[in-house]
Design a protein. Structure first.
Length: 139
């Protein structure tokens, strides 16, 4: 334990403690280290965003990718896996569908508005997205 680490206690059921002890042996370290690694991993799916719905969605997408990877090759390495991942993320995003008609008006003064000669709309958003992905636009 490093000098900057703090020690704490935690109540666990006997069953959970036994599962952690077994995992710690399998991973060749102590139960405390196994618990610490598991706690740190739990924060892996908490994206930095001020928008709670965005954090929730991104964490869900990450969990979906991890879940599918237990049963199929990584989504970015094989066609079926990619299709399964796209289907799952589409369903997940659908849970956040706002009510009402879509409004394709961008936020006033958004950097993307100057990317094209015309006003940025849903119809030309794909070009903006492609430019951003390729690193040609730093907006």
């Amino acid at each position: 334990m490093a000098k900057s680490d703090v020690q704490t206690s935690l109540r666990l059921s006997e069953e959970l403690r036994d599962r952690l002890a077994t995992a710690a042996v399998d991973n060749r370290h102590g139960i405390g280290e196994d618990m610490r690694q598991r706690l740190e991993a739990s924060f892996k799916f908490e994206p930095n965003s001020d928008d709670p719905k965005m954090r929730e969605l991104l964490a869900g997408v990450a969990r979906m990718a991890e879940f599918l990877a237990r049963y199929y090759p990584q989504w970015h390495t094989e066609g079926f896996s990619l299709n399964a991942f796209k289907y799952a993320t589409d369903k997940l995003i659908g849970l956040y569908q706002p009510k009402g008609e879509p409004d394709d008006k961008p936020i006033a003064g958004a950097p993307a508005n100057g990317l094209f000669d015309e006003e940025l709309t849903a119809d030309n958003w794909e070009r903006c997205w492609s430019a951003w992905l390729s690193g040609k636009w730093k907006g």
